[in-house]
Design a protein around this ligand. Sequence first.
Ligand code: HEC
Length: 145
Amino acid sequence: MGNKIGINSIYKIGICFSIVMTMSVTMLNAQNLIKGKKIFETRCLVCHQADGGGVPNMNPPLDGSTGVNGKDIVRMVKIVTNGLDERVALDGMYYNNAMTANPDLKADAIADVLSYIRNSWSNKAGLVTVAQVNAALLKNKSKKK
Ligand code: HEC
């Protein structure tokens, strides 16, 4: 019995494996973005609008927002869970409306909706993982009072 599995086949198997892995990761991400879109449509669209453009003086745009595209995932998670009524300047503008809280959203749903808003319209920021959201939820909890 000769060795039928040459180095070539091992390479081929390796390449196939990488392709399948990449495809499933891509498909998973697409799935999460679809879920995120649904959450956005039911919970966020009414204020931030379908095009992420917001409503002048009332609700800030998420499209092109420094915060949404930035690295502070802890702040993003906090805003989604607790809502926001700080009237702080967002990209130099103030908004009169108060954002409603979403205390019932689970970590995976928060990850999906954040991934969606960070990768929609002109936004091209990184996806947010469930692990990142869980870490942020813990951090925000310990900061309370
Ligand atoms: C009732 C209207 C309303 C709804 C619904 C709403 N928001 Fe908001 N959102 C606001 C307002 C108003 C602000 C700014 C509040 C302030 O300045 O104090 C804001 C701020 C934000 C910010 C900060 C933006 C920045 O530039 O840093 C993010 C992120 C955000 N919202 C995401 C969401 C997501 C995701 C949802 C859905 C889960 C959602 N919002 C639902 C009104 C809303």
